[in-house]
Design a protein around this ligand. Structure first.
Ligand code: UT7
Length: 331
């Protein structure tokens, strides 16, 4: 009996139309284009302006893009995993609503929450369901409406994040394409460095928490940077070593788009030239759960069957890891 691997067979994505440039941010907080560009690599990000639309809207658009492009019948999907840090509501999983809205009426769904590593961890989850042999089409969505949890008076965070959604379809493969290996890590030491203080079970919402702006993202950027820059490179190097991959064997690094300097450090450790690194942080900023699938969406045409890809992320919690994928198709 041949081994089943989980191959990526289609990708999709969506970003809202509204463009929040560094120049506009200069009028909102005490910052400047030069600082943002040199410290992060970000030039602009997309924002979902419609007040009545949440993360589900971004995920639905991304899923529809995938379904249209790949001619997939939503009724054939067995499972929808919704990776997100900004669910529509605290209770009633966003993925369940999204699955129904896209017509995936035969699928079951749940949300997967691991901050900026939600999508990467979701790749592992999707792969296990496929490898079990029981599920034939697993749709992994990564979407975040980060603008819903950002204080646009806080220059430390508002320059970083953007809104977006991405979608990836996993199907069984018996020729070795798809998810080949993973290194996934967590460390609760990061809990205080990147968080939203209020709105959970420790500090429920009150007039006081709202007045204190405790429903917005707080980030101790320096500490997160220090952990991210070494840990993302460590796991990427680890996954290369144990799969006997050199920089030359890898077609692309698919990195979480949090900071261009973190990405550069990881690529350097992997011995990868710039052209082998997927980058779209300049256009979208950090879209949290959507960064990896949006990279795939943007670079899909450059990918060839058999290409070795290393996905890597680092996020709040802390959560981080690397996943090695053999690409399964030519566009
Ligand atoms: O995706 C989840 C994981 N998150 C990450 O990986 C993010 C990791 N952290 C980072 O990417 C970086 O730490 C930031 C981009 C958030 C900040 O960059 P930094 O180089 O670490 O800057 P800093 O926080 O050390 O601040 C340096 C200076 C400070 O001024 P002083 O104290 O040196 O006078 C800040 O007040 O820059 C100032 N500063 C700003 N200046 C202009 C902070 N934010 C801004 C701003 N514009 N937006």
């Amino acid at each position: 009996m041949s081994t089943i691997t989980a191959a990526i067979t289609a990708v999709g994505g969506y970003v809202p139309d509204y463009v929040l440039t560094n120049q506009i941010l200069e009028t909102m907080v005490d910052t400047n284009d030069e600082w943002i560009t040199t410290r992060t690599g970000i030039k602009e990000r997309r924002i979902l302006k419609d007040k009545d639309k949440g993360t589900s809207y971004l995920a639905i658009q991304a899923a529809k893009d995938l379904l249209n492009k790949s001619n997939t019948d939503p009724e054939d999907i067995d499972m929808v995993i919704m990776a997100t840090a900004t669910p529509d509501m605290p209770v009633a999983a966003t993925g369940v609503y999204v699955a129904t809205q896209i017509g995936a009426v035969n699928a079951f769904s749940y949300d997967l929450v691991a901050a900026c590593s939600s999508f990467l961890f979701g790749m592992s989850t999707a792969a296990r369901y496929i490898e079990s042999g029981k599920y034939k089409k697993v749709l992994l969505l990564g979407a975040d409406k980060m603008s819903s949890i950002i204080d646009y008076e806080d220059r430390a965070t508002c320059i970083i994040f953007g809104d977006g959604g991405g979608a990836v379809l996993f199907e069984p493969n018996t020729e070795g394409y798809g998810v080949r290996d993973e290194v996934l890590k967590t460390d609760g030491i990061g809990r205080q460095s990147l968080k939203i203080d209020a709105g959970g079970s420790i500090l429920p919402a009150s007039a006081e928490t709202v007045a204190n702006k405790q429903h917005y993202v707080f980030q101790d950027g320096k500490t997160v940077f220090k952990f991210a820059v070494s840990n993302m490179a460590d796991v990427s190097e680890q996954i290369m070593k144990r799969n006997n991959l050199s920089g030359e064997d890898i077609a692309f690094l698919v990195p979480h788009q949090a900071n261009k300097r973190i990405i550069d450090a990881t690529a350097k450790r992997m011995n990868l030239p710039e052209e082998k690194v997927m980058i779209n942080i300049h256009k979208y900023g950090n879209t949290t759960s959507a960064t990896l699938p949006l990279c795939l969406r943007d670079y899909e045409k450059q990918l060839k069957k058999g290409d070795n890809l290393v996905f890597a992320s680092f996020g709040g919690g802390f959560t981080w890891g690397a996943v090695y994928v053999k690409w399964a198709y030519n566009s």
